[in-house]
Design a protein around this ligand. Structure first.
Ligand SMILES: [Zn+2]
Ligand SMILES: [Zn+2]
Ligand SMILES: [Zn+2]
Length: 127
């Protein structure tokens, strides 16, 4: 899909970061030129709707965005030590979701799951 220069600049910032960024952080890294913060925020929300990025609500209740590399269903893991985030093309929740559907009577159409832990580098440091 073709992107406008501004959307490209936002995606580039997200691509270059190994951790989620708030709209303000993206805007700062873009040099703050060309576009206002509200525009950056709107674009980030659109990216989230279109599957280019995902919004992650931090412990501090700040919404940050992370670039999605895969267009297939995937999950993001965040290291609680250093804040780095990685994407994994795995889910494995199918049977759990079926059980939840049985218990709730809902038909589950999508889910989001945020996983936290310790990355290999931080585990190494802690040893
Ligand atoms: Zn994602
Ligand atoms: Zn780490
Ligand atoms: Zn999943």
């Amino acid at each position: 899909m073709r992107q406008t220069p501004q959307r490209e600049a936002i995606l580039k910032v997200l691509n270059e970061s190994d951790r989620p960024l708030s709209a303000e952080e993206v805007w700062r890294r873009m040099g703050g030129q060309n576009s206002g913060l509200p525009t950056v925020y709107r674009n980030l929300e659109r990216f989230a709707q279109e599957g280019w990025a995902e919004g992650i609500l931090g412990k501090d209740q700040v919404l940050r965005f992370v670039r999605c590399l895969s267009s297939d269903h995937h999950h993001h893991l965040q290291c609680e030590g250093c804040g780095r985030m990685v994407e994994v093309d795995a889910c494995g929740l199918d049977s759990t979701l079926l059980a939840m559907e049985r218990l709730s009577g809902f038909r589950i159409t999508r889910h989001q799951l945020e996983l936290f832990g310790e990355c290999p580098q931080c585990a190494e440091k802690g040893r």
